[in-house]
Write a protein that binds this ligand. Sequence first.
Ligand SMILES: [Zn+2]
Length: 319
Amino acid sequence: MGRRVTKRRKSKFLSQKKFLVLEGLFILLILFFFFGGIFLLYQIKELDKKYSLLEIKYKKTLSQYYNQKKEMNQIHDITSVEDIDKSIESIKSKYFQNIKALEDEILAGKSNKKIAYLTFDDGPYFNTYKVLDILDQYHVKATFFTISMNGEYCFDNKSENCFSLYKEYVKRGHTIANHTYTHAIRGGLYSSVDSFMDAVVRQEEHIKNQTGGYITNILRFPGGSAQSKDLKGPIIDKLRERGYGWVDWTAEDGDGKGIASWDEGWNKFTSSINDNIEVILFHDYNRITTEILPSAITYLQENGYQIYPLFYDSHMIQK
Ligand SMILES: [Zn+2]
């Protein structure tokens, strides 16, 4: 009986021990999972941090890539623009070389061809648009001796912005030349070499700014070179130093002094056309000149004249 009790006690004790062990294991397991969980959470957090850092790095790299790509494209664009500019320049210089060769032949009496250089002074004016359209219509290129005393808006039409015409001259293939910024013949332009050259440089910069870099090296004295009187020699020296050539004119319709009618302008124009190479003076503000222009172009062409824009190396440009 006693043995049986002991046995029973023993088994009871054993099951209690077993229980404790199991309980312990269970607690350990819970602790394991608990701390394991915390460790895992910590790990996840760390990975998360690393991931976020990587993400930031990735985004940074991506934006750097796009910026570089953009820069590359811009560089590519600039190179193509430069290429176009260069090829335009080389076509233009070849074009002028050919005109120069034609001038050589005409002056040597080896060619019966003739050249007319149409020149328009004192613009841009709002009327210049009409002149440009007529020249386009007849596929003729001319030279515009520009001034800027009118300010941003046209002298005779305040609603028109005339400065935008500078780009138009270039776009349509004409030559832009310098006629001084102020044109102030009676307002101090010719009072000294410096006052004259100041107005030259000012207009030169104005043309550059308005066109995005057009460099002119041809000038016409406002009122003609005779207006500079005793200063003519010293002014020409300064112009030469600055790389300029200059030109007066050999033919005109008289619009600078004012013409009363179409007939008056037409007669003056036709009677002034005599030489094999003519530099014709017009003013793009003049209404009668604008009306004469289509007939004048036809008249010149029918009389064997090729019409071209002026260029520095032309024999007509004095240096
Ligand atoms: Zn003028």
